[in-house]
Design a protein around this ligand. Structure first.
Ligand code: NAP
Length: 291
């Protein structure tokens, strides 16, 4: 993860730009995983993001991709490493929820954590079974209805349940910084700009989360849809004589995989419960170093 912090100053005009960008080439130490454990992962969803997340898991020796579950029977029983052209001896076979019983899959290929990059209905395929087996649930689904959120909370009485509509380390860092700035100057004008690829429907879940965190209205979010932008979020702090801009830009979907493994690593050994990204980040700030 590259972090560039630039401060330009001229007279009374100050412009502060924080650019957090996800580096395309993955670095294994990004998750700060220094242990030798080999956590077994099951991945739900093998779409645009699921493929990138699988790529990250396969390249990280601390984690083992046991299987991938998708809806259709496309690529059924094919190997993910082979499909992605990665040399790996991890099993990583693709299964379809249309032809695979979750119980059977977990009996044959048990996992420590299930990572969900499918859709809001995915949780009903595996949620209860995973909770009964105390398998950690890491959901990255951007939009849930209240029914799914309630279900996740119910499952969290049995196992570790994590949910974040944006799972990149950078965006969560950005949110932390924004809240801090707002605390110093609660009267400042704040606007959010979110930019995504042409076909993305609705307002970005991340932008909504940023707005909620800063106590803003949905009308303070400005959406741009153009070409193939993966995801850019900008928070503008409008002061009378100066402007502060915090910007996060995802360069590649692998950033979601990196963030996910950071979460899995830092939830290791935690008690059953419902966790958010803030819960994972807070201990770093509390102690001033890695917890
Ligand atoms: N939290 C974050 O930071 C973050 C970042 C990016 C995306 N996301 C979220 O991740 C999800 C996937 O995004 P995407 O862009 O990769 O979507 P996508 O390209 O449409 O892929 C969705 C995948 O999920 C599978 N799927 C859907 N419903 C399923 C179910 N009930 N059981 C099993 N598999 C199911 C699909 O199966 P088939 O391939 O067989 O159709 C497909 O492989 C979305 O909810 C998105 O909002 C979150």
């Amino acid at each position: 993860m590259r972090s560039l912090f630039a401060l330009r100053s001229s007279g009374t005009y100050h412009k502060l730009i924080l650019i957090l960008s996800a580096k395309k080439h993955l670095q294994k130490n990004e998750t700060q995983a220094q242990t030798s454990i080999n956590m077994k992962i099951g991945l739900i969803g093998f779409g645009k993001t699921g493929k990138a997340v699988a790529n990250v898991i396969l390249q990280n020796t601390e984690f083992c991709l046991e299987w991938v579950l998708r809806q259709s029977t496309c690529l059924n029983h094919r190997s993910v490493p082979e499909f992605l052209g990665i040399e790996s001896d991890e099993p990583g076979l693709i299964y379809s929820s249309a032809t695979t019983e979750m119980h059977e899959l977990l009996d044959k290929h048990p996992v420590d954590a299930i990572i969900d990059f499918s859709s809001k209905t995915g949780i009903y395929t595996y949620g209860q079974i995973a909770a009964d087996r105390q398998i950690s649930i890491i959901s990255a689904i951007s939009h849930y209805t209240q029914a799914e959120i309630d279900f996740l909370k119910q499952l969290s009485s049995q196992t570790v349940v994590f949910w974040s509509p944006n799972i990149t380390l950078g965006v969560n860092y950005l949110m932390f910084a924004a809240k801090f700035l707002q605390k110093i100057a609660p009267w400042v004008d704040i606007e959010i700009i979110e930019e995504h690829f042409k076909g993305k429907e609705g307002v970005s879940g991340t932008a909504i989360k940023i707005a909620e965190a800063l106590d803003l209205e949905k009308t303070d979010i400005n959406s741009v849809r153009a070409g193939g932008i993966i995801g850019k979020h900008e928070i503008i702090f409008g002061f009378p004589y100066q402007t502060v801009r915090l910007i996060h830009e995802a360069i590649s979907r692998e950033a979601f995989g990196n963030g996910t493994l950071f979460v899995v690593e830092n939830l290791k050994g935690k008690k059953s419960g419902f966790y958010k990204f803030e819960d994972v980040l807070l201990p770093f700030f509390a102690s001033g170093s890695k917890p």
